[in-house]
Design a protein around this ligand. Structure first.
Ligand code: AN7
Length: 359
């Protein structure tokens, strides 16, 4: 089974998707905003829900991918950030700050630029992917590279924001959770309430918390399966990891802020939080790119790695959340693929051999 086997259906039944509407407008009645409040939006949300035929075949169920990399800065963080920055502007803030493994930084930098306020980000030195660093810098944020890890960075920004009038936009900020719950609304609406299991990567655990809140507000209760990387799996091991390590730099987090909420989401949904190895993450990452045509970042592939490893408890309608876009992390992509680049001189014969010869 591959995409070529899929035929254009005869009857077109295109549901209204809410595309071209800022997320806060689309779900205003369910978010802590009022008409007339300042709106800082890059037209986030309303992301595609893509069928995954190869995965569906492998798992023996209908698997779809929620493409959060289609958000304006390339990750799900934009859902929370439109809310956090709109609220900050409404409340008169002139600056926002976050600790970040990269995506929160890129998103905060973009929304702060849009709002005309300043942004500072603290990132673990040498541990954020190049695409995210590029975004953050070009949006004009102040980037502080910390000789330490994400958890230390978060502790420091929390102390700073206790004593300075700067708004913290990590997922301790309730507006982040409120914004991110809208992805659950979209999936619930997109599948007419038919979702049975959701697979999602877990780092600081804000997103799994948000999805559970969103599903509950819709009166839905799919099983939530969260996946942590083996070297950074505090929720699975039940202890803080002092020196988290994983190829999936976005989820290299040893002491998640939303620890209790994440455990409650897994328990109350009759799901689980489980571990996948870096090798399993990279295998899923390559499979998504080479068989489904979907290039996500390594952390995102943890959701698919987990589904392939553990299944989804017999669920027939499954969604894997692809939290961020593959272009975020070009180094990992270039270091982990089966492709090759063939050098060639600009002449007919060698070109023919390069294109048509035995690989
Ligand atoms: C692609 O940017 O924590 O469990 O500082 O970038 O809600 O933390 C990123 C997290 C999954 C985990 N996938 O989400 C940050 C940051 C991607 C991510 C996660 C992140 P949470």
């Amino acid at each position: 089974m591959n995409q070529a086997a899929v035929k254009i259906p005869k009857v077109e039944a295109i549901p209204p998707t809410g595309a071209h509407v800022p997320l806060i407008e689309r779900y205003l009645e369910r978010l802590p905003f009022e008409p007339g409040d300042p709106l800082v939006s890059l037209q986030e949300g309303s992301t595609p829900l893509l069928r995954a035929p190869v995965l569906s075949e492998l798992v023996g169920a209908t698997v779809r991918l929620k493409l959060e990399g289609a958000n304006p800065t390339g990750s799900f963080k934009d859902r929370g950030m439109t809310c956090a920055v709109s609220a900050a502007v409404r409340d008169g803030a002139k600056a926002v700050i976050c600790a970040s493994t990269g995506n929160t930084a890129a998103s905060a930098a973009a929304y702060a630029a849009r709002a005309g306020i300043t942004c500072a980000v603290i990132v673990p030195e040498g541990k954020i992917a190049q695409g995210k660093m590029a975004q953050t810098l070009v949006h004009g944020a102040r980037v502080i590279s910390l000789k330490g890890n994400f958890d230390q960075a978060l502790t420091l920004v929390r102390e700073l924001t206790d004593t300075h009038p700067i708004v913290l936009v990590n997922s301790v900020n309730e507006y982040r959770i409120e914004g991110q719950k809208t992805a659950a609304f979209e999936i619930h609406e997109g599948l007419d309430g038919g979702l049975e299991a959701l697979c999602i990567p877990v780092g600081n655990a804000g997103n799994i918390t948000s999805y559970w809140r969103g599903f509950r507000e819709m009166g839905a209760a799919p099983k939530l399966f969260g996946f942590q990387a083996e070297g950074a799996a505090p929720l699975v091991e039940g202890r803080v990891i002092e020196h988290p390590e994983t190829v999936a730099s976005a989820i290299r987090i040893g002491n998640p802020v939303r620890w209790e909420d994440a455990m409650a989401a897994a328990r109350d949904s009759r799901g689980a939080i489980r571990v996948v190895s870096d090798a399993e993450i990279l295998a899923a990452y390559r499979l998504l790119a080479s068989k489904e045509g979907m290039f996500c970042e390594p952390a995102s592939a943890a959701s698919v790695a987990g589904l392939l490893k553990y299944g989804a408890d017999g669920a027939e309608q499954i969604v894997c959340v692809l939290t961020g876009r593959g272009l975020k992390d070009p180094e990992t992509a270039i270091a982990n693929n089966d492709g090759k680049v063939i050098q060639c001189v600009a002449e007919r014969g060698p070109i023919e051999e390069a294109v048509l010869g035995d690989p």
